[in-house]
Design a protein around this ligand. Structure first.
Ligand code: MG
Length: 402
């Protein structure tokens, strides 16, 4: 078998032509199910990502604009992905699943002789979560069989029902639910699809069965879910992760200068003649940043979480406020994309301390320093900051939240 696999060219036909009528009827979704976003990527993109490591050619079948969008960025060099899988231009699908498979097979058959695949996998674009071992088992089984498909044993008792009444209990001992990717010798499947029986088959394995070829059943996976009903989306979100949406927050804070206090800005002590007045340590930078984060989460402001009326927070190290804000993002299952702070003052000069401030804020938020920006401006000697009566700070953040 080891000698068999490396010499074989494997192509995958990725089917995206289905309308998903059961799913649309149930959810009233204007988006076809294979293009829904799951864990930040379209369903069909997950399917493509799962197949690509196992094949040398990927042939998408479906509507061009949607497919090109969903698969954009996969090609890194010419037509190929980073790991050398050639992604062919998509071809339009047909009225039925079998017509769409046929369209994919004919497109592969138009490749120059040296590039034609030996083996072909047919995969539903609405099955985003294919464990690698399932795809490997299908390809491996093709060394001994003309076709191979993954399946899982039927666990439930099966009843035949007529007019709402059970007429029969079907023995389930050797019943399996068929999944994809289904794998075949390319030339054989192409020829069977060109034959008369093709339109009657419910899947590609059935074509081979009817023609008397052996089709192997290999172990599928209960996680290899076909998105068919609304409940499937909930199960897939548990496997792949929820859909994260971007949210933005703005914060603004001001503190007046005061004699005899250290100047704490963005979590570090900055040498200066005066500090800032306030109930806590008056870190105007961290306060603005906390408010931006609470704002993005729509969880009020810093005063709601740490009321100045409580003596507990007198002269408090504002670092703990920011740690709390960061914890709130994680508790919501989200992540900080970036934060951008602007300190507004004539003095002290912020530039020499900006890098230390970025590092401190990133540390408190448990994110990379590249996500945090600290910059400063003067107000051209205008207004209270211009008269050096105090320091102001603005902050903008973006977060991703389920
Ligand atoms: Mg404040």
């Amino acid at each position: 078998m080891a000698a068999f696999l490396p010499t074989m060219r494997v192509a995958a036909i990725l089917l995206a032509a289905g309308q998903g009528r059961r799913f649309s009827a149930q959810t009233a979704s204007p988006v076809a199910k294979q293009y829904l976003t799951l864990g930040g990527r379209p369903v069909i993109r997950h399917a493509a990502d799962a197949l690509i490591p196992h094949v040398q050619i990927l042939q998408p079948v479906g509507e061009r604009a949607s497919l090109d969008g969903a698969l954009s960025g996969l090609r890194t060099a010419g037509d190929a992905t980073a790991d050398g899988c050639t992604i062919l231009d998509c071809v339009p699908g047909g009225e039925t699943r079998q017509e769409s498979v046929r369209a994919g097979l004919e497109a592969l058959d138009r490749l120059p002789e040296t590039q034609k695949p030996d083996l072909v996998l047919i995969h539903d674009g609405a099955r985003p979560y294919v464990p690698a071992e399932v795809t490997r088992a299908v390809i491996d089984a093709l060394s001994a069989h003309a076709g191979a498909i993954p399946g899982v044993p039927v666990a439930d008792t099966i009843k035949r029902v007529r007019d709402g009444v059970i007429t029969d209990t079907v023995p389930r001992t050797d019943l399996y639910r068929a999944q994809t990717p289904q794998g075949f010798r390319f030339g054989l499947l192409r020829d069977l699809h060109r034959g008369a029986a093709a339109s009657d088959a419910t899947d590609d394995a059935a074509l081979l069965e009817t023609a008397g070829h052996h089709v192997a059943m290999v172990a599928g996976s209960e996680d290899n879910i076909k998105l068919t009903y609304k409940e499937d989306l909930v199960r897939l979100e548990r496997l792949i992760g929820p859909t994260l949406l971007p949210r933005t927050g703005l914060g603004y804070d001001v503190h007046a200068f005061a004699e005899g206090r250290p100047l704490i800005l963005c979590g570090i002590t900055v040498p200066h003649t005066r500090g800032l007045a306030g109930h806590s340590d008056a870190d105007v930078g961290i306060h603005a940043l906390c408010d931006a984060i609470y704002g993005a989460l729509a969880e009020g402001d810093i005063g709601r979480h740490f009321p100045p009326s409580q003596n507990e927070w007198k002269d408090a190290d504002s670092a703990r406020f920011l740690v709390h804000a960061g914890e709130r993002i994680r508790a919501r299952g989200g992540m900080l994309i970036n934060a951008d702070l602007t300190l507004i003052c004539e003095r002290p000069k912020i530039g020499p301390h900006a890098q230390a401030m970025r590092e401190r804020l990133a540390d408190l938020l448990q994110v990379g320093v590249d996500r945090i920006s600290v910059k400063a401006t003067t107000s051209e000697r205008l207004g209270f900051t211009g008269r050096e009566e105090g320091i102001a700070c603005t902050a903008a953040v973006s977060v991703l939240v389920p």
